[in-house]
Ligand binder design. Structure first.
Ligand code: G3P
Length: 413
């Protein structure tokens, strides 16, 4: 049996899902054995794999979050494009089978798909219906605008909530998706899709206004900062925080462990901004095949990728986790089964990304972006702590981020 090493960043219930996928594939055939290994968060697993690649012991498959895409695309020698690994192995691979909002993100400007869409998500709002009831709020009417979120937070606080609102993936939800949701540029050159000379511009009047509002909410105890990445999810799942925003994939975890009634709904917006709400942007991760591996192992990678893309496997993954269906067939299968009607809230991400695709939902294509996300975190933390105004924090984040973009452009000329 040929072993295929798969490094991933899925913990908790999502880790169990990844293990089940490998088990399903391993039991479906005898030639290959996929061995999944949890390598920490997205931020930890990507540098770990780059270091392993340099030392000559990279895994066969690496899961990389969406913000690492431009960096991976630029590291040509380190990866085998998904179209090529499938073609070399004689596996059927039709890029048109993938949902455009998802497949497009992982496709280079020459039309070639470079990594396999695996767990794509988008930003959503979630709230504790029991806490809403206790605060005298309608549990079936989530706030849809920022003024409504602020009012709901005040009522929740008055009813005794110590954490009315927290936020996961703050850079992704409050700056990146926030900008697309309000049809405001985040970075020039179509958020980087138009060339490596793109520059960050997320220190505009609307973003500054929003981050200042959040800072004011933090001062009043209406917004409570709970950390970077998806760390704040735990404070929602435990029932401590009544409202949150984060990945649609939080659904699978909340559904599994929360001891309260919950709802998922679209991100709030500012109703006075023309064109809002527009659309949110893609998140999650894709799978990259690493180079320098024996042909037999590459064949196994291709067989596993084909297995993961099967409509029934894809549909089951989507329904279990809250990640988007990556193929059109998986979406159609889920819709036909009546899943969305039976599980309200699971359709929010689908409505935002699958039914309505615009050019702007493509997300960001910016080099050195994992490092830029860390800068966003640092600067926002300064703002939440009252050490910087929103304008100072965002101006500094843009300046520091643009220095990294310039370096990336220089290195990839
Ligand atoms: O929690 P995920 O997997 O949906 O990923 C969230 C963000 O897109 C990571 O950059």
């Amino acid at each position: 049996q040929t072993e295929i090493q798969w490094w991933h960043a899925m913990g908790g219930p999502l880790g169990e899902w990844v293990n089940d996928l490998a088990k399903g594939f391993n039991e479906s055939q005898k030639e290959y054995k996929v061995v999944p290994t949890f390598k920490g968060t997205y931020d930890e697993s990507m540098p770990a794999a780059i270091a392993a690649y340099r030392a000559g012991n990279a895994p066969n498959i690496l899961q990389v979050f969406e913000v690492g895409t431009a960096t991976m695309m630029a590291s040509k020698g380190a990866i085998v494009p998904v179209w090529k690994i499938m073609q070399d192995a004689g596996q059927k691979f039709d890029t048109a089978a993938y949902v455009p909002a998802v497949g497009g993100y992982y496709t280079a400007s020459n039309g070639q798909m470079l990594s396999l869409p695996f767990n794509s998500s988008t930003t959503v709002f979630f709230y504790n219906k029991d806490a809403f009831k206790a605060a005298g709020l309608d549990p079936n009417k989530p706030p849809s605008t920022w003024p409504e979120v602020t009012l709901a937070a005040a009522k929740l606080k008055a009813s005794g909530s110590t954490c009315p609102l927290t936020i996961s993936w703050q850079g992704w939800t409050q700056l990146e998706s926030f900008s697309a949701w309000h049809n405001v540029e985040f970075a020039t050159k179509n958020n980087g899709f138009g060339g490596t000379d793109a520059r960050l511009v997320f220190n505009g009047p609307l973003q500054v206004r929003h981050i200042q509002n959040l800072a004011n909410m933090a001062k009043q105890g209406l917004f409570v900062y709970k950390g970077r990445g998806n760390v704040p999810d735990a404070a929602f799942i435990s029932g401590e925080c009544a409202m949150s925003m984060g990945s649609s994939s939080t659904y699978g975890q909340v559904n599994k462990v929360a001891k309260f009634a919950f709802g998922f709904s679209p991100l709030p917006y500012y109703p006075d901004v023309p064109g809002a709400p527009q659309n949110t942007i893609i998140g999650g991760a894709s799978l990259w095949a690493m180079s320098g591996k024996p042909a037999a192992e590459n064949k196994g990678v291709a067989a596993f990728f084909a297995y993961l893309s099967k409509p029934e496997v894809q549909a089951a993954s989507h329904q279990r986790t809250g990640y988007l269906p990556t193929t059109k067939a998986a979406f159609e299968l889920t819709e036909k089964s009546g899943f969305y009607a039976k599980n309200p809230g699971t359709d929010v991400a689908v409505n935002q990304m699958i039914r309505k695709t615009t050019d702007k939902s493509r997300g960001l294509r910016l080099g050195n972006y994992p490092q830029i996300r860390a800068i966003e975190d640092e600067e926002l933390e300064q703002v939440w702590a009252g050490k910087k105004t929103a304008k100072e924090g965002l101006d500094s984040a843009v300046k520091r981020g643009n220095e990294l973009l310039a370096k990336f452009q220089q290195a990839n000329k």
